[in-house]
Design a protein around this ligand. Structure first.
Ligand code: MG
Length: 398
C-alpha cells in the first residue's frame, strides 16, 4: 500500500479557518487530518505543501516511522507551525489505519477505558448572577464540568475597549489586574453559595497574572474547590507555578500553547500541575500526545485537552479517540460543532454530546469526513488575537 497524493486545504465554513490534510492511497482508502494554528493557518498549509512530497510513495500503515521521518525532515523540529503540520499527517495516517482495519481509532489504541469522554463547556456573564444563570443552563443540558468567566475574554479586569488602528485589525482591551484579582473570589463565592460545593467549576486566567498575583488569587479561590485554575501564569513564567503550589492546594492546569514534550515533563516531575492542557493537534498528533500522557501518568497528571473553537472537528475527534483509552483522562474542553450546520456539512460528522459526555463515532478510522468540494466555497479569512494594554498604554503580558 502506497501514498499516491496529499491534498491541503484551508477552509472557513463559519467563523474560524481550519487547515485540512487529505492523504490518498493506491488502494482507494484515504485519511483526513487537521493542522490548524489560529491566525497562522495559511502558513501551516504552505508548509504542508512543501513537505508532502516526502510522503508520496510511502506505506501509510507505518505511522510511527513516518512520524519520525517528518520530525527529522527539518533541521528545526519544534514550534507550532511545524508540529501542527506533523499532527495533520499523523491524524490522517491513523484515519487510514483505522479504515484498513475496519475499526475506530480508539480500538487500535487499546479500546474503551470508560463509557465516554466528559467535557466542559464555557459559561460567562458580566456579573456573578449572569454567570450563575449561564452555569445553570449548562447543568440543565447535562454538563458535569463548567468553566466560569466573568467580563468576556479579558475577564473583569478589562476597564474599557479601544477601537482598532484600522478596520480588520484587533481592538485593544485596557486591562488592570487589581479589579480582576478582587472580582474573581467574589464570583466564586457567589457561585458556591448559589450552586453548592459539588458541581465542578473551573476558571481560565488566560496567562494574565504574574506568579505572585496568581498565587494570591489561587489561595483566595482555594475554599471554593475549583476543578482547576487554568493558565494562572504564562508559558514563559511556568517556573512561577512553584510559588502557587507552595501557597495552596488549588488544582492547576496549563499547556494549551505547549508544542513539545520537553515543556511538559519538568512540570510533571516537579509535581507543579494536575492537568495538562495540550491539544494533540499542537504537539504532533495522536502518536505524540499519547507519549506525553504516558509521561504524565506516574505523576498523577491528567489530560484536559484544549478544545476551543479554534480547533476543528477533525482535531476534536482525534482527541476524543485518544481520551477514550488513556488511563489518566481528566476532562475535554468542548466546542459543540453539531449545532453549527455549516461545519457539519463540511465535516460530516462531528462527535456528539450526551449527558455531558462524548464518544468517538464508531465508523472506521477517526469517524469524521471532509467535503472538499464544499470546503472550497469557503475561503480563509484574516484575523488576529485580541490585544491587551495596561491603562498607561504598556502592552500587557500575552
Ligand atoms: Mg485557555
Amino acid at each position: 500500500m502506497r501514498i499516491t497524493e496529499v491534498r491541503v486545504f484551508v477552509t472557513c465554513p463559519l467563523r474560524q479557518n481550519y487547515v485540512v490534510l487529505k492523504i490518498l492511497t493506491d488502494e482507494g482508502v484515504y485519511g483526513v487530518g487537521e493542522g490548524t494554528v489560529m491566525s497562522n493557518e495559511v502558513v501551516v498549509a504552505r508548509y504542508l505543501e512543501h513537505i508532502k512530497e516526502l510522503l508520496i510513495g510511502q506505506d501509510p500503515r507505518n505511522s510511527e516511522d513516518l512520524w519520525h521521518l517528518i520530525f527529522r525532515s527539518g533541521y528545526w523540529r519544534s514550534g507550532p507551525v511545524f508540529k501542527a503540520a506533523l499532527s495533520a499527517i499523523d491524524f490522517a495516517l491513523w484515519d487510514v489505519k483505522g479504515k484498513i482495519a475496519n475499526l475506530p481509532v480508539y480500538q487500535l489504541l487499546g479500546g474503551a477505558s470508560r463509557r465516554g469522554v466528559t467535557v466542559y463547556g464555557h459559561a460567562g456573564g458580566r456579573e456573578p448572577k449572569e454567570v450563575e444563570d449561564s452555569v445553570r443552563s449548562f447543568l440543565e443540558r447535562g454538563y458535569k464540568v463548567v468553566r466560569c468567566q466573568m467580563g468576556g475574554y479579558g475577564g473583569s479586569g478589562v476597564l474599557r475597549h479601544e477601537p482598532p488602528l484600522r478596520e480588520g485589525l484587533p481592538g485593544i482591551d485596557i486591562f488592570e489586574p487589581p479589579r480582576y484579582l478582587l472580582e474573581m473570589p467574589r464570583l466564586f463565592e457567589h457561585l458556591r453559595n448559589a450552586l453548592g460545593m459539588e458541581v465542578e467549576l473551573c476558571h481560565d486566567v488566560h496567562e494574565q497574572l504574574t506568579p505572585t498575583e496568581a498565587a494570591w488569587l489561587a489561595k483566595r479561590l482555594e475554599p471554593y474547590r475549583l476543578f482547576f485554575l487554568e493558565d494562572p501564569v504564562s508559558l514563559e513564567e511556568r517556573e512561577g507555578l512553584r510559588l502557587i503550589r507552595q501557597s495552596c492546594a488549588t488544582h492547576l492546569a496549563i499547556g494549551e500553547i505547549f508544542t513539545e514534550r520537553e515543556e511538559c515533563l519538568p512540570l510533571f516531575q516537579e509535581r507543579l500541575i494536575d492537568y495538562i492542557r495540550i491539544a494533540p493537534l499542537h504537539v504532533g498528533g495522536i502518536t505524540e500526545a499519547r507519549k506525553i500522557l504516558t509521561l504524565a501518568e506516574p505523576f498523577s497528571v491528567k489530560s484536559a485537552f484544549h478544545g476551543a473553537g479554534d480547533l476543528g472537528p477533525i482535531s476534536q475527534a482525534a482527541a476524543v479517540h485518544l481520551q477514550m483509552v488513556i488511563p489518566n483522562f481528566g476532562v475535554q474542553e468542548w466546542t459543540d460543532f453539531r449545532s453549527q450546520q455549516a461545519l457539519c456539512d463540511v465535516f460530516p460528522t462531528p462527535c456528539e454530546l450526551h449527558d455531558g459526555m462524548t464518544r468517538p463515532n464508531e465508523a472506521p478510522g477517526l469517524g469524521i469526513d471532509f467535503n472538499e468540494e464544499l470546503a472550497q466555497k469557503f475561503p480563509p479569512r484574516s484575523y488576529y488575537m485580541p490585544m491587551l494594554r495596561r491603562a498607561d498604554g504598556t502592552m500587557h503580558r500575552f
